[in-house]
Design a protein around this ligand. Structure first.
Ligand code: SF4
Length: 457
């Protein structure tokens, strides 16, 4: 874990009830995913199909992008290409400015978070209202999303009640989720009705038909793109799937892996604009072709942004999404950051992992996430002197059975003494801050024998 990540994690989720609630809420999603996967007899076959389909699409991405552009254009959409984040922001702003649009409703899109579209438009006098409930909560709270499908999962209902009392005139002390949601609906409805344009992302883009696929549980994207006469869809190049048959597989995997649902509540397929309306599709590179040229890491472009790897990750669950300092947190964020991130701190994110491999085990498209993290660590992840020294020491200890045993014995003797004599020592303080169980001070074997002696199975 990097020092900056640790600092940010402690600020966002200090030890105590907030951290426990976050851990439980996130892990509940993982459990729902497991139950949904077990209930689907073909789950593993679907995962294998999805892995192969993504690998094939990425190997022939040029072909599928051209096919998508041709079919979408034939259906009446206008396709734009953005090389990087500034290009995306300029294209979207120009489209809005040329039509005099001042109010925009936007549905959740991690790509626009990655490219900083909201602040860019707002600094030019365009009001952007995020319409996903979680996204609106973090927007009103002036903070970034902390999860890719549950942007406000780090907030308790008390936090949201206080925020809505301040921003939406909800009675102080209101914490009932149904009444808070109703207040948000009333607030957002006015924005939907008054919007000049809608901006959405897309979960998939079907090359065979030039179709955009937008998946939500709230219907906010569907309502947003049905009312104004201008719809701008922003998506990364990697969202392509070859055909509708492939799409069916990805839809079955996405909802099950994200929230444990058999299917998301709303799945909208958009092929061309509505009558008397405009549909602009912006295909964004922003570092993706660089990743595509990397034979090993290009597999990360297969990500369908389900969030399952975040939900199972012990680092994410205890650190929270803001700690990563990158638009996409968790294991997939740590894999993408060295290629797509802009700062040295973001490129160090592969260090923020225990390498337990749980992320790889749950990924619906079978991205070898922990292997990718190891591969990044072996290449150009910038390290501080302390990390280099610790890595060298660990390598020496792990390479020698004698040293390893000696270190284990020393830890068992030294740890209890250290904790007793120096309760505020950095290791103990860190453990307390992350609400981890205390170090047992004995080997697993010794504890197991003791439990057997006590009759505990
Ligand atoms: S890497 Fe896999 S598990 Fe993680 S968000 Fe992407 S698709 Fe889901």
């Amino acid at each position: 874990m990097t020092a900056a990540l640790d600092r940010a994690a402690t600020e966002l989720l200090p030890a105590g009830p907030r951290l426990v609630a976050h851990d439980a809420a996130v892990f509940a999603l993982r459990e729902k995913r497991d139950a949904a996967g077990s209930a689907e007899p073909d789950f593993e076959r679907l995962r294998e199909y999805a892995r192969a389909a993504k690998a094939h699409t990425l190997d022939h991405l040029d072909l599928y992008l051209e096919r998508f552009e041709a079919r979408a254009t034939a259906a009446g959409a206008i396709v734009h290409w953005a090389e990087d984040a500034p290009a995306l922001n300029r294209i979207v702003h120009a489209l809005l400015a040329e039509r005099g649009a001042r109010q925009v409703v936007k549905s959740k899109s991690m790509l626009t978070e990655e490219c900083g579209l909201n602040p860019y438009l707002e600094s030019r006098g365009i009001e952007v209202v995020d319409t996903d409930l979680g996204e609106r909560i973090v927007q009103l709270g002036h903070e970034p999303p902390s999860h890719i499908i549950m942007p406000a999962i780090h907030r308790t209902r008390e936090d949201i009640g206080a925020l809505f009392a301040r921003e939406l005139d909800v009675p102080a002390g209101e914490t009932d989720p149904a009444r808070l949601t109703e207040a948000a609906r009333r607030h957002l409805r006015g924005h939907f009705l008054g919007a000049d344009a809608a901006i959405t992302g897309a979960n998939f883009a079907v090359a065979e038909t030039g179709t955009l696929v937008v998946v939500t549980n709230e219907g906010n994207a569907d309502l947003g793109m049905s009312l104004p006469k201008l719809h701008i869809a922003c998506l990364g190049l990697e969202k392509l799937v070859p055909g509708l048959a492939d799409l069916a597989v990805f839809l079955r995997l996405l909802a099950r892996s994200a929230t444990g649902q058999p299917i998301s509540v709303y799945t909208s397929l958009v092929t061309g604009p509505r009558p008397d309306s405009e549909l602009h599709i912006v295909l964004v590179d922003n570092g993706r072709t660089r990743l595509l040229a990397d034979e090993h890491h290009k597999r990360a472009l297969g990500c369908i942004r389900c969030g399952a790897c975040l939900n199972t990750c012990p680092v994410y669950r205890r650190a929270g999404g803001h700690a990563y300092g990158f638009a996409i947190p968790g294991p997939i964020g740590a894999v993408l950051a060295p290629a797509l991130g802009r700062t040295a701190e973001q490129r160090r994110l592969p260090l923020a992992s225990t390498l337990c491999g749980s992320c790889t085990a749950v990924c619906p498209v079978k991205i070898d996430l922990h292997e990718q993290l190891i591969a990044w660590r072996a290449t150009d992840v910038p390290r501080g002197a302390r990390e280099r020294w610790l890595a060298r020491l660990a390598a020496r200890v792990l390479a020698s059975p004698a040293l390893y045993q000696l270190a284990g014995r020393a830890a068992r003797v030294v740890w209890p003494v250290l904790s007793r004599r120096w309760p505020g020592n950095p290791a103990a303080a860190w453990l307390a801050a992350r609400a981890l169980p205390e170090h047992p001070g004995a080997s697993f074997r010794a504890r197991w024998r003791a439990r057997r002696r006590e009759g505990v199975q």
